[in-house]
Design a protein around this ligand. Sequence first.
Ligand code: T4K
Length: 373
Amino acid sequence: MQKKNPPILVTRPSLPPVEEYDALVREIFSSFYLTNGGAQHQLLEAALKEKLDTPFLRLFTNGHLALECAILALNLEPGEIITTPFTFISTSHAIVRCGFEPVFCDVEPDYFTLDPAKIEEKSTPRTRAILPVHVYGNPCDMEAIDRIGAKHGLPVLYDAAHAFGVTLRGRAVAQYGDASMFSFHATKCYNTIEGGAIACNRADYAERLSGYRNFGIHPGDEIREVGGNAKMNEFQAAMGLLNLKYFEREVEKRGKVAARYRENLSGIEGLSFRPVRDGVNQNFAYLPVSFDPEVFGATRDEVDETLKTYGVFARKYFYPLVSTAAAYGGKFRPEDTPVALKASLQVLALPMYADLALTDVDDICEIIASCKR
Ligand code: T4K
């Protein structure tokens, strides 16, 4: 097989027709209103509230700052926040940057999401909140986690960066927990270039989010919070409005890509796909595949290197475990979360985007199959 040129990357952002974006950019130009809650922003906030089926929603300039504002707006006493080590570094950095200590709890072996059976043993008198992640867009066991939160009086803030549009038994993921953060980064299945949102179910919390997003300023020039600047601008919001129009088509195309991978790779011993929880309507945000080297014969890293020689750039999402980040000074032991550790060594996120040609998927699968020993 020939080396892919141009190379195939792990993802490629979906873009609306450029004429449609041009038309909205012209509207923005003629309005001279570029940020701070302009017309596009207002339209997008309203549209996403409906799409994510949530009573309150606030837009942010990116998912990470949204998460930080969401933590701050919980008004917690200093202490610990229970989270997963199997995530992007943003999750635990947000906890630390907001002045809390992350406590890493292991994940479920099938879904790689926070294991509800292990949360309570991580709880101490200093636990202040639970921050689970719907990793790859697979929702956590939200019913069980919400029950634990309610039992111990701990707020549950979901990192739903990957879970835009996902539902469980017809119920939007944003309806679980106290709040959910969605990322609209260019690499996500729904993008506003950079961007993010917090969905929540309480008006007072949403008001505090507005404050943290905009220097703590509220109507009447009252400055209630020590907020920063995390506002989404009009150009981002315009991209969001257009991408929202095409989102269903995006998911449908991604679904076809995912089905082709499954068709080609199912039955190869030592290679496994993530199962999907009952009742989940997926968004196909990522295409994670695990390689068990004992059975497959080659390691995840060997498969990754082989793909690269053909111009295919998969990604080791999420390796290394965030708990081992040098920034945390070796405080956490990866052996304490063995399921997450194993996942971090075995998972490869394969190229996944709406316009990935099915013939390219076939080629990628052929390369992977050829690695089997
Ligand atoms: N929580 C979780 C669980 C997250 O996964 C993330 C972000 C966050 C919180 C924070 O949300 P944001 O603040 O980002 O909204 C990427 C993304 O930058 C990041 O958003 C994402 N998670 C993370 C999982 O992946 P990198 O370092 O892998 O990005 P990069 O630049 O290597 O891009 C990945 C691939 O996409 C490359 O092969 C190139 C391609 N690409 C990228 C961009 C930006 C394009 O084709 N076009 C583009 O515009 O972090």
